[in-house]
Design a protein around this ligand. Structure first.
Ligand code: NAI
Length: 333
């Protein structure tokens, strides 16, 4: 029986890149049954919950989803749907590979590093209040439970994928309690994996070292905010937001997505690059044990890019649909 997968088209460029990914993945012969559920700004405009409980139930039932980007109003309005989704489904680990793709112009070649970001707490706890007018407090919540499980996730990922080193990124010199706890938990878990080297790096130094020599890192694990920032930095090392994907993983469910947002500046213009969401689709297929189809899609994507078919963000002139059909044509070749 086909694997059921929830498809969330999302906002802005989301629907068009979702169409592209479904088209390519189906042409590659994936054994999936898509169940489309809507979330995001359009629902909010009608006064409905932009993250409806029926959507969450559908993901709990299928256990896997492919999600287009969701818009978050800045400084006002509803809270981030991505953060709500991660918290409500306990998608505690955000796995963001930064790998060079052949044919994508970028500053470095042959980068292959994995960012593991804690997805549920830290400064994303959303606990903020005004103490007195003109003074606000935003709380950074760190728990031993979450620090241990994200460290264990990073080492388990390293073990299963034959990675040799895990680096904890932190600011324990300043946040001695919060990041100190993160580092203590990391070291505790590292002791269970003697075959994998473990070290740590202060976040500002890590940012500099990643830019100077991304080949010097293997798996990096960090709390929520550092992971948000450094994973975008790592996307920049391999060609930008248009080509990098992420998986949000928990004990029950997995939600795959592009790292980029809803790109309102190009929405509805057939200009969006579907590569990042397609890479998310490749991760999803691997996750579901359809590795051969995943490899077929990845090879067709790489051939398309190497042969110079690129969307505007990568310096090319192909539209979303032209790029999509070019990938499909290389599947069939
Ligand atoms: P963005 O990632 O949407 O766009 C930044 C720039 O990159 C824009 O110039 C855009 O045109 C370009 N871009 C992004 N994806 C592209 C693609 N696939 N092809 C070609 N060009 C692409 O970031 P921005 O503008 O800061 O955020 C827009 C909205 O998206 C915000 O509401 C934000 O909260 C939301 N967002 C959602 C995410 C998610 O659902 N996971 C992640 C990041 C942002």
């Amino acid at each position: 029986m086909s694997q059921r997968v929830v498809l969330i088209p999302g906002d802005g460029i989301g629907p068009s890149i979702c169409d592209a990914v479904v088209r390519i993945v189906e042409a590659a012969g994936a054994d999936l049954q898509w169940e489309t559920h809507h979330a995001g700004a359009r629902l909010a405009e009608t006064g409905a919950d932009p993250l409806p409980p029926t959507l969450l139930d559908a993901i709990r039932s299928c256990r896997v989803a492919l999600k287009g980007p969701l818009t978050t109003p800045v400084g006002k309005g509803y809270s981030s749907l991505n953060v709500r989704l991660r918290k409500q489904l306990d998608l505690y680990a955000n796995l963001r590979p930064a790998r060079s793709l052949p044919g994508v112009p970028s500053r470095y070649q042959e980068v292959d590093l994995i960012v593991v970001r804690e997805n549920t707490e830290g400064l994303y706890s959303g606990i903020e209040h005004e103490v007195v007018p003109g003074v606000v407090e935003s709380l950074k919540i760190m728990t031993r439970h979450a620090c241990l499980r994200i460290a264990r996730f990073a080492f388990e990922h390293a073990r299963r994928h034959a990675r040799r080193r895990v680096t904890a990124v932190h600011k324990a010199n300043i946040m001695k309690l919060a990041d100190g706890l993160f580092l203590d938990c990391f070291r505790e878990v590292a002791g269970e994996y003697p075959a994998i080297s473990a070290d740590d790096c202060i976040v500002d130094a890590a940012a500099m070292k990643l830019v100077l020599d991304p080949h010097g890192f293997d798996v990096v694990v960090m709390e929520n905010l550092y992971g948000d920032i450094l994973s975008d930095l790592c996307a920049g090392l391999v060609g930008g937001l248009g080509v990098t994907a992420g998986a949000n993983l928990g004990p029950e469910c997995a939600v795959f997505e592009a790292v980029h947002g809803s790109a309102p500046d190009i929405a509805g213009r057939n200009l969006a690059n579907p590569t990042a969401l397609l890479q998310a689709g490749v991760m999803l297929l691997d996750h579901l044990g359809q590795g051969a189809v995943a490899a077929r899609v990845h090879q067709a994507l790489a051939r398309t890019l190497v042969e110079g078919v690129r969307t505007r963000d990568l310096g090319g002139s192909a539209s979303t649909t032209e790029f999509t059909e070019a990938v499909v044509a290389r599947l069939e070749a």
